[in-house]
Design a protein. Structure first.
Length: 353
């Protein structure tokens, strides 16, 4: 399969990203950044084969899926500013999540076991991929983000076997990929935030300051962690009962759970294939609707996702790949309007109904 190659000049990629972040970009700048983004499809292919091979050796079940970062998400990230009005991203070439692989585990013990296995010298001895950071740098389980996000990220620099030893450099050598490790409860929380933001036109996951809505999800995250994973990592001075009471007050005011409960379940699993574009658009009644477009290969799927992202008719479009469509549905539940896990988890903790 032919994958797009990255632009020859990384400096040109950086300049294009800076032009977008400062609002002076021309069409060519967007094209360069999009070519850089699309080239990471090769990296995804390499890592998904490597990771799934190791998943298959485990005695426990691991959900796996991968995604190429959406064009609109990249542009949005480049355009975001901090409180001082400065761009949050200064170098698009250093963004490490264009290519992403996600693993979802039933519990924290299995997550930690598998990650340790992936870091072991035995697992790494036959590959040239390089972990770019200290193993605890992106541990958002021990140190949750103030938004409530939990999980662990590992960022690798991609080197196919032999590309270093044999000096057979390929265009994709050195590109970055982000591996995400989450428990099922953590994934349910993250999914609910994405769905709720989409429905309500909010940006909770990108908040620089905590709103009432943001506090609702941050508290919900800590309650889930305490009850399901038996760890206290946020609001450490506040008893769980007090957090539960505050969450109820916020729910009565904001109605977040009530809206999530009303969402329809996606039932057309037979439409899912190995390569899919998931497109959320606004239907005739004004409510979001889902369209699934299946492809036999990656390249036309990536092109279609980019085309939809440039269209005003699409609210959210993404290319995703999975050898198992049912796994895809669960791992990317936010595109199927299925936040039921989060609703059930929260409602099981108290009187939130």
């Amino acid at each position: 399969m032919a994958y797009p190659e990255p632009p020859l000049s990384k400096s040109a990629v950086r300049r294009a990203g800076q032009a977008i972040s400062t609002g002076v970009a021309k069409d060519q700048d967007f094209q360069i950044v999009d070519q850089w983004r699309a080239a990471h499809g090769y990296v995804i292919n390499t890592f998904q084969a490597w990771i799934k091979g190791h998943i298959n050796k485990q005695p426990y079940y691991v959900e796996f899926a991968q995604r190429l970062k959406r064009r609109n998400t990249v542009i949005d990230k480049l355009s975001r500013k901090n409180a001082a009005g400065q761009p949050l991203i200064s170098d698009v070439a250093s963004m490490h999540d264009f290519a992403g692989c996600r693993m979802i585990f039933d519990n924290l013990k299995e997550l930690q076991d598998f990650r340790s296995y992936m870091h072991s010298s035995q697992t790494m001895r036959n590959v040239e991929h390089q972990l770019r950071h200290d193993p605890n740098k992106y541990n958002y389980i021990e140190h949750p983000k103030f938004t409530g996000y939990r999980g662990i990220h590992d960022v690798y620099r991609h080197f196919p076997r032999g590309s270093i030893r044999q000096q057979q450099k390929k265009p994709w050598d050195g590109l970055l990929v982000e591996l995400q490790y989450r428990t099922r409860a953590q994934h349910a929380w993250a999914t609910a935030v994405e769905i709720s933001d989409l429905l309500d036109g909010e940006r909770t996951k990108f908040e620089l300051d905590t709103s009432e809505r943001g506090r609702f999800f941050a508290i919900a995250s800590e309650i889930i962690a305490r009850r399901h994973e038996h760890i206290h990592r946020a609001f450490t001075e506040i008893p769980t009962s007090d957090l539960q009471a505050e969450l109820q007050v916020l729910e009565d005011k904001l109605g977040i759970l009530r809206r999530l409960e009303l969402l329809k379940q996606f039932e057309d699993e037979e439409k899912l294939q190995k390569h899919n574009v998931l497109n959320i658009y606004r239907g005739e009644n004004g409510n979001p609707a889902l369209e699934v477009i299946a492809f036999k290969s990656a390249t036309p799927a990536i092109e279609k996702a980019s085309e939809l992202e440039a269209s005003d008719d699409s609210l959210n479009a993404v290319y995703v790949r999975s050898d198992n469509p049912k796994t895809l549905r669960s791992a990317y539940r936010n595109y199927f309007y299925d936040p039921i896990d989060f609703v059930q988890i929260i409602q099981s903790e108290g009187d939130l109904d």
